[in-house]
Design a binder for this molecule. Structure first.
Ligand code: NAD
Length: 408
């Protein structure tokens, strides 16, 4: 998918074939072998990677995931997406991603800590607050970031807060980071509804996924007057055409584990949720859920990609023909990385930004990026889907920087 999307952008921009070949590979790909001592005295060995895709616009930046199925190809593709996401948001960053092939759920806290610290030690000379900045991803959290900071700081002999973002607030993190991706998704819904549906008030919305992204997007959207008619999690969804009470749903999810236990409304499947007759659909759970087989039956007017890669390239073509607007992930879920950048700036200045100010800066940045993209789409690329236009902006920024620097 990553290579296909790059192909489209390179062709749309009319760039030379050699540019495609430069950008389809990471600048650097590091593999590390980590071994740790288990509780029972045995030693276990794990493979980890860091893919540093591009640094034309600044230091590499991207998360680290711990998952038993992580592959090197996945890490490379994700690092390329980070390059475009950061470039589109106008951040002074390149793109990177890391991963360790491990099931963190079977490790004790001490084992996880040793694994995390050794990953940093193995990458010590390849990362840094001016070189490559890490962040959480699947199954890594603020505690893992705190271990990363400590391992790096101890080895370098300096407190290096800027080596990761999304840290605990005691270590220079921002509490606003938790809501920032969902807030950005909600902002995108509002901006696109204002522009293409005549406003957000009373527009119907269905949200797949009620985790960090989906839940916060739902809370902001309902506060701003949208009517959330359906939400779901991995166990299924709940639908009420009169609108759901999101605060009650948050409580149900926290106390009973799933939104399907909400007692008002009708229980539906995840597949049904995607095909509801709503104004806005927000897939905020996992990838590839809207594909060639269900895209012809989608009734939403606007899809805002809260998750990474929920709409496949085949579905993109179907939806474009149906004139459904797809707000691409590299814009829609960039609120998290924008907030991470605000955290990193504040860490490097040694002057902690206030939470309220951070939220205002995020809103300004996302609104400007989204509006400029819509403007370019309408002026120059009306025959393309919005994803291609977003890629065009991002790839163009990276290519210009590379050219000026002499093709690094
Ligand atoms: P999360 O783990 O907090 O929540 C995921 C939600 O999806 C849960 O409610 C879970 O029950 C649900 N889910 C899982 N499998 C499902 C399935 N098969 N069908 C329907 N629902 C299912 O994760 P999150 O942080 O909210 O991330 C969601 C997506 O957003 C991921 O694609 C992630 O990569 C992307 N994303 C997250 C952030 C962030 O800051 N959290 C930033 C950018 C992108």
């Amino acid at each position: 998918m990553a290579v296909q999307q790059l192909r489209k952008a390179v062709d749309t921009l009319g760039l030379e074939e050699e540019v495609f070949h430069i950008l389809r590979h990471p600048e650097r790909l590091i593999q590390v072998r980590i071994n740790i001592r288990l509780r029972d005295g045995r030693r276990a060995t794990f493979l980890g990677w860091r893919s540093q895709h591009n640094s034309a616009l600044g230091p590499y930046k991207g998360g680290v995931r711990y998952h038993p199925n992580v592959t090197v190809g996945e890490v490379v593709a994700l690092s390329m997406w980070m390059t475009w996401k950061n470039a589109l948001a106008g951040l002074p960053y390149g793109g990177a991603k890391g991963g360790i092939r491990v099931n963190p759920r079977v490790l004790s806290r001490e084992e996880l800590e040793e694994l995390s610290r050794k990953y940093i030690v193995a990458l010590m000379n390849d990362i840094g607050e001016e070189r490559d900045i890490l962040a959480p991803d699947v199954y890594t959290d603020q505690q893992v970031m705190a271990w990363f900071v400590d391992a790096y700081s101890l080895a370098k002999g300096i407190p290096a807060w800027g080596i990761t973002t999304s840290k605990p607030s005691e270590l220079g993190g921002l509490r606003a980071r938790v809501v920032s991706t969902g807030y950005g998704v909600a902002l995108c819904c509002r901006i696109f509804a204002d522009r293409f549906l005549g406003g957000l008030e009373d527009r119907t919305v269905a949200i797949q996924g009620f985790g960090n992204v989906g839940r916060h997007a739902a809370l902001y959207l309902s506060k701003w007057g949208a009517k959330i008619v359906a939400v779901s999690d991995s166990r299924g969804g709940v639908y009420d055409e009169k609108g759901l009470n999101i605060e009650d749903l948050v409580k149900v999810k926290e106390t009973r584990g799933s939104v399907i236990h909400y007692d008002k409304g009708r229980v539906i499947t995840n597949e049904e949720l995607l095909l509801l007759d709503v104004d806005i659909l927000v897939p905020a759970a996992i990838e590839n859920v809207i594909n060639e087989s269900n895209a012809p039956k989608v009734k939403a007017k606007i899809i805002v990609e809260g998750a990474n890669g929920p709409v496949t390239p085949g579905a993109d073509d179907v939806l474009r023909r149906k004139e459904v607007i797809v707000v691409p992930d590299i814009l829609a879920n960039s609120g998290g990385v924008i907030m991470s950048w605000i955290e990193w700036c504040s860490n490097r200045m040694g002057c902690w930004v206030e939470e309220e100010e951070a939220m205002k800066r995020l809103e300004r940045r996302m609104t400007n990026v989204a509006k400029q993209l819509i403007d370019l789409w309408e002026r120059r690329y009306g025959d393309k889907d919005l994803r291609t236009v977003a890629y065009v902006v991002a790839v163009d920024r990276v290519v210009r920087a590379m050219k000026l620097r002499g093709w690094i």
